[in-house]
Design a protein around this ligand. Structure first.
Ligand SMILES: [Zn+2]
Length: 217
C-alpha cells in the first residue's frame, strides 16, 4: 500500500468529519466517514471520538478484507458496511454515513424516497431505497446496504440513518447533504398534497449529465 495515499486519505477524512460535525448532519459522534486507499485498504473515522478534537493521524487505516487495523484507535464499528460497499463498487472512493434528522425520519417511517428533486436525481441517481433494519456493523447490514445502494449514490437504513457514496469523498459529502434536504422536502410536501415524481426518462438523462458532463474537467 502507498503511504502517501494513506496520508492524503487521512487528511481528507479528517477534514470531512469536521465539516460534517459543523454542518449539523450528526449529533455527537454518530455517523462515520471513509475514503478508499486502494483495492485492499480504506481509511475511516475512529469509533466514538469527538470530531472537533481529531487529527488526520487519528483516522484509522483498515484492511477491507480482514478488518485488521493499524494504530491505537479502534475504527468505527461500521467498518463492515463501508468495506462491503468499496468491494462491491470499484468506482466508489468515498463514503459518508449519518444519522441526520430528516433522513432518519424517513428511515424510521421505513419509507423510501421517490425521485422528486432535480439535485437528488442528478447526484443520487433516482429514488432512495431503504436498507433493512439490522444490527449496526453486522454482515447483514453490509449486505442490505450494498443491495439498497445498487446504481445509486445514497440509501436509507431502516430506523438507523443514511449512507451516501461518491467518486470522491467531497462528492459523497455533497450527496449526504442532498439526501438530507430531499428527505425534508418530501416531508414538507406531505402537507400540500405530496410531491410530483420526476419521470424515469428525466431521471436517467439528468443523472447521466451529472456523471459525465457536470462540473470542471
Ligand atoms: Zn450508524
Amino acid at each position: 500500500m502507498n503511504r502517501d495515499k494513506v496520508k492524503v486519505a487521512q487528511i481528507e477524512v479528517c477534514e470531512t468529519a469536521k465539516k460534517m460535525s459543523s454542518s449539523g448532519l450528526v449529533a455527537g459522534t454518530w455517523g462515520n466517514i471513509s475514503a478508499r486507499v486502494d483495492d485492499e485498504y480504506m481509511v475511516i473515522t475512529p469509533s466514538g471520538m469527538d470530531y472537533d478534537r481529531l487529527f488526520p493521524e487519528d483516522m484509522v487505516l483498515v484492511n477491507m478484507k480482514t478488518f485488521e487495523y493499524e494504530g491505537k484507535l479502534k475504527p468505527s464499528v461500521e467498518v463492515p458496511v463501508h468495506a462491503a460497499v468499496y468491494l462491491d463498487r470499484e468506482t466508489v472512493n468515498g463514503i459518508v454515513h449519518t444519522h441526520s434528522t430528516y433522513a432518519l425520519t424517513m428511515a424510521t417511517a421505513r419509507k423510501p424516497i421517490p425521485p422528486i428533486c432535480d439535485d437528488q436525481v442528478q447526484i443520487l441517481g433516482g429514488d432512495v431505497r431503504l436498507a433493512d433494519y439490522t444490527m449496526p456493523g453486522s454482515k447483514e447490514m453490509a449486505a442490505s446496504v450494498v443491495e439498497a445502494l445498487k446504481d445509486r449514490g445514497g440509501a436509507l437504513i431502516a430506523n438507523h440513518g443514511a449512507i451516501t457514496v461518491g467518486r470522491t469523498l467531497p462528492e459523497a459529502f455533497t450527496a449526504s447533504q442532498v439526501l438530507e434536504k430531499t428527505a425534508l422536502i418530501y416531508i414538507n410536501t406531505q402537507s400540500i398534497g405530496g410531491p410530483v415524481e420526476i419521470s424515469r426518462a428525466d431521471v436517467e438523462f439528468f443523472h447521466d449529465f451529472f456523471m459525465t458532463k457536470y462540473g470542471q474537467k
